[in-house]
Design a protein around this ligand. Structure first.
Ligand code: F0G
Length: 374
């Protein structure tokens, strides 16, 4: 048996790569689809909820799916440097894949607004970290401007190869479930990932082997049908950074879910198209709701995702409560990043450690007190 060698090798015939394309991979993809056992019972809901744990990619987020493609294609085209604006995860992935490829990586991040784990990754992988006195949207604009005047290849999701890599998550969900779920929920920031999910699901139901309506004539990579249907797409944003939900640009986005602290998403229109074509909707969750569900998931299921990722499940639980999602449904939530990315957010909302003397007595006392409480 040959071992798994990353999503480009696995889905080569559905991706824009040639036999001699020099693949840059860290064996990303193939992430677990975990069925929630305790939460639905606890909430007395007769639904099947699965989480696609993208935090288990090599750099701890779904960005690796897009980055393997973007960096592979950059190297294929002879690029020596890549650049991105980021709320953290894109920069971590770009830095790692650039290191793997032996090229230079520049990252623009909003000063003081990225989670510590992500900053440490960008620094450790040796990228040039440029903190800007501005937000992600400013960074996104600057990256596009500077790419006109300097020889750098943009690896944000406006790079179409990013979405090609990210679409593979839909193939994996279909493989695991045998077909598409009824609903697929995910957090929406710059809106590339919901667009990529929809491309993947659309290609999966397409029987054409040539360009067709689903891909608007852009894709010649369909290789036969994987699923019989597409899911209803649900996109959730943080209330302080919900431009798509509100229908207008947010000048000063603010949320504890720093990954999606974005006021003017680049793939706004494509995200709206995915919602409309699938019969889905956008919704929002407050910071309080996000953190509550992040902790609930960690403490009832053993799955630790970052705050932005919890938005997908928080939104689903709210819409189940409201009856917008029906009983008996199968729902997949993409958990976009690992909880370890943002240790500050986790520690701030947890019970602090007890400190005791290094004595048997002291430990016994803690155990007895704790067990009596239950
Ligand atoms: N969840 C996490 C953990 C993210 O890092 C991001 C985006 C999203 C969700 C939203 O995905 O932008 O495709 O709608 N992070 C980008 C970054 C913006 O720079 O790391 P999206």
């Amino acid at each position: 048996m040959r071992s798994y060698r990353g999503l480009i090798e696995k889905y080569r015939d559905r991706l824009p790569v040639a036999p001699d394309t020099p693949v840059v991979s860290l064996n990303e993809g193939d992430t677990p689809l975990v069925e929630l056992r305790n939460l639905p019972r606890l909430l007395r809901r007769n639904v099947s909820i699965y989480v696609k744990f993208e935090g288990l990619n090599p750099t701890g987020s779904f960005k690796d799916r897009g980055m393997t493609m973007a960096v592979t294609k950059a190297v294929e085209s002879g690029a020596k440097a890549i650049i991105c604006a980021s709320t953290g995860n894109t920069s971590a992935a770009a830095a790692a894949y650039a290191a793997r490829a032996g090229i230079t990586c520049f990252v623009l991040i909003p000063e003081g607004k990225i989670a510590l784990g992500k900053l440490s990754q960008a620094m450790m992988h040796g990228s040039v970290v440029i903190q800007i006195r501005g937000n992600f949207d400013d960074g996104m604009r600057l990256v596009q401007e500077v790419a006109q005047t300097t020889p750098v290849n943009i690896v944000n999701s406006i790079n179409p190869f990013r979405l090609q890599g990210q679409k593979t998550v839909a193939f994996e969900v279909i493989e695991a479930l045998g077909d598409a779920p009824d609903y697929h929920a995910l957090p929406v920031g710059n809106a590339g990932n919901i667009t990529a999910h929809w491309i993947g699901y659309s290609e999966a139901v397409c029987e054409n082997t040539r360009a067709c309506a689903f891909c608007q004539g852009n894709c010649g990579f369909h290789r036969g049908r994987l699923a019989t249907r597409r899911p209803i797409m649900l996109g959730y944003q943080a209330s302080g950074a919900a431009p798509i939900v509100r229908g207008r640009v947010v000048e000063n986005p603010e949320t504890v879910a720093t990954a999606i602290r974005i006021g003017n998403p680049v793939s706004w229109q494509q995200a709206v198209a995915a919602k409309e074509e699938s019969g889905g909707w956008f919704g929002e969750c407050s910071d309080e709701e996000i953190l509550h569900v992040q902790k609930l998931l960690a403490q009832t299921e053993g799955v630790f995702c970052e705050p932005a990722s919890a938005v997908s499940l928080a939104g689903v639980l709210k819409d189940l409560e409201l009856g917008r999602i029906g009983e008996g449904s199968t729902i997949v939530c993409t958990l976009t990043g690992h909880g370890l990315k943002d240790p500050d957010a986790a520690i701030a909302q947890s019970v602090q450690p007890l400190t005791v003397d290094a004595e048997l007595d002291a430990i016994e006392r803690v155990i007895r007190e704790r067990l009596l409480q239950v």
